[in-house]
Design a protein around this ligand. Structure first.
Ligand code: ATP
Ligand code: MG
Length: 582
């Protein structure tokens, strides 16, 4: 075996000839690719593609496929195409095409000039089909779809030949041409491959290649009234594009013999199909069909609802592309189905936001505090660091005055033992500001609800530190009442109450497990004035409260709306810790 590095085509040049065929540090797909490179297959090219069907928005499962395909190409100095597998004019829409392009770009990948559509190949696919007819490997069948299904047989019983199976090549060529010319009704005839009705693999039992369908296609308009099936289009599209490694999910494993058969019959360039397990994520569903149901039935506000596992939903929720890429890298690829804990995805996001999100103060459930000994007209500007994790993020000024807001649950009139926050007579620190001490509690006469606290401050504790070394146990966030801004904050919880809402043993509809409390909106939050001019999508850590972002749809200058991205508490870190212990 020669050293492939002499070609200089890929970055993993240090691999030596003596290396085993399967390295423990490589996943099974990289192992296949490296072996192909060593064997100098495909002139040492690595060419992948991401082939979405434009019938919905992309989800986190697609992100895995995107990161993997574009990632492999980058790693091996190859190319990755974006190709829309747009063979079904009924379910496909231009809106989906645009959203998919936006999502791939947002994730940080670039298809350069390689944006393709299976519909670009409709003519070529038609000609390929004619070739198969001429070889006696395809025929026009007049059975109706239900009959085709009946004739197909089952896993335990062989199928039956169609009565139209032995039409002459001439007759088939003529009929297929007439199909294309629009001379037959929708559904009245199909073109089928002539393979083997007794094959143990149902996909090989004379699968349909073309159906008659009068539907306007988002790109080819009304040019065609016959459309190739996905099975007929997919492998040939990869071949036409020179894709070397055609990576797909496990459900296509049983289709591989069919794709191989087509390519062999046509005697064209033959990509290698490799299947990996799809991503499943706990407490959600990942399937465009199911997600579409949630959208259409109004269980969520749209494909980009921040509770959705779609890329647009995650983006609106405040996820960063980096965190999603990192998540995809960590989960890797495998042959076996598994479900990934959504806590890992959240952990990856937290790790990223911890470093980059500025820390600000926002009071979500405000309680008014009056500092009795603070001058009435005075407003002080106090310095606050933007992120202790990154000093280059600098400082900002926050106003302090006589009237403030603190969090309602940071005060207890009768504090339990381990409550170290504010209570009557107790002193606490206001972050970046002063020590304050509660001297009086004002209640609503009728309801008994606490409406205001009176406190005193110690002017010697500016910045939140006491010169005499006096310690306090609680540090609270706060905002100045007059200068703070009103904001709406939306809290999102898991969309489903069940870890796997689509469990196979389950007869109930997955929607019965929707979490009725997946959205809680607080409309009278108060945020520090530095957030007045934030741009949609900007992310922050609200001190002690979690990570939040400016909603990109509903937020405006006059109505600030934030989404809670993730809470601060990292359940994944806990799980990891527990695993290490046991
Ligand atoms: P869905 O079942 O959600 O409709 P799909 O597989 O039909 O998904 P496509 O648009 O056909 O969606 O998929 C484009 C690519 O993304 C395919 O290569 C597919 O294998 C991959 N993909 C789809 N879902 C997942 C997933 N959950 N995990 C990993 N890859 C996925
Ligand atoms: Mg699909």
């Amino acid at each position: 075996m020669e050293d492939m590095s002499s070609k200089g085509k890929n970055k993993k040049e240090t691999k030596s000839e003596t290396e085993p065929d399967s390295s423990p540090t490589l996943d099974f797909i990289r192992t296949i690719i490296e072996n192909d490179l060593k064997a100098k297959k495909n002139d040492c090219r690595v060419h992948t593609r991401f082939p979405p069907e434009p019938n919905g928005y992309l989800h986190i499962g697609h992100a895995k496929s995107i990161c993997f395909n574009f990632g492999l190409a980058a790693e091996y100095g190859g190319l990755c195409n974006l190709r829309f597998d747009d063979t079904n004019p009924i379910k496909e829409e231009a809106e989906y095409v645009e959203s998919i392009k936006e999502d791939v770009r947002w994730l940080g990948f670039d298809w350069e000039d390689r944006l393709f559509y299976a519909s670009d190949y409709f003519m070529q696919l038609y000609e390929y089909a004619v070739q198969l007819i001429k070889k006696g490997r395809a025929y026009v069948c007049d059975l109706r779809s239900e009959e085709i299904r009946e004739y197909r047989g089952t896993l335990t019983e062989p199928g039956k030949d169609s009565p139209y199976r032995n039409r002459s090549i001439e007759e088939n060529l003529g009929l297929f041409e007439h199909m294309r010319a629009g001379e037959f009704e929708d559904g009245s005839r199909v073109l089928r491959a002539k393979i083997d009705m007794a094959s143990p693999n149902l996909n090989m039992r004379d699968p349909v290649m073309y159906r008659i369908l009068r539907a306007t296609h988002h790109r080819t308009g009304d040019k065609w009234c016959i459309y190739p099936t996905y099975d007929w289009a997919h492998g040939q599209s990869d071949s036409i594009e020179g894709v070397t490694h055609s990576i797909c999910t496990l459900e296509f494993e049983d289709h591989r013999p069919l794709y191989d058969w087509f390519l062999d019959q046509l005697n064209v360039f033959h990509p290698k199909q490799i299947e990996f397990a799809r991503l499943n994520l706990s407490y959600t569903v990942i399937s465009k069909r199911k997600l579409l149901e949630l959208v259409e039935e109004g269980h969520v506000t749209g494909w980009d609802d921040p509770r959705m596992p779609t890329i647009s939903g995650l983006r609106r929720r405040g996820y960063t592309p980096e965190s999603i890429r990192n998540f995809c890298e960590r989960i890797g690829v495998a042959k076996k189905e598994s479900t990934i804990d959504v806590a890992l995805l959240e952990h990856c996001l937290r790790e990223d936001l911890n470093k980059r999100a500025p820390r600000v103060m926002a009071v979500l459930r405000p309680l008014r505090v009056v500092i009795d000994n603070y001058p009435e007209e005075r407003v002080e500007e106090l310095g606050a660091e933007n992120n202790p994790e990154d000093s280059s993020m600098g400082f900002r000024k926050i106003p302090f005055s006589r009237e403030l807001y603190i969090e309602r649950d940071d005060f207890r009139e009768d504090p339990p033992k381990k409550f170290f926050r504010l209570s009557p007579g107790r002193e606490v620190r206001l972050k970046h500001a002063y020590y304050i001490k509660c001297v009086d509690v004002i209640k609503d006469e009728n309801t008994g609800e606490i409406v205001e606290l009176h406190c005193t401050y110690d002017s010697e504790t500016r910045g939140g530190w006491s010169k005499d070394g006096r310690m306090v146990r609680g540090t609270l966030h706060w905002v100045s009442a007059a200068q703070s801004l009103k904001a709406e904050v939306r809290f999102y919880d898991r969309l489903f109450v069940k870890e796997n809402p689509v469990e196979e043993t389950e007869s109930a509809d997955f929607k019965t497990y929707l979490n009725p409390n997946s959205l809680e909106t607080l409309t009278s939050c108060r945020i520090e004035p530095s957030l007045a001019n934030t741009t949609p999508g900007s992310r922050f850590q609200f001190l002690r409260k979690g990570y939040f972002c400016v909603d990109s749809v509903d937020s405006s200058r006059s109505r600030l709306v934030f989404n809670r991205t993730v809470p601060l508490r990292d359940t994944w870190a806990k799980i990891e810790k527990a695993q290490k212990k046991s």
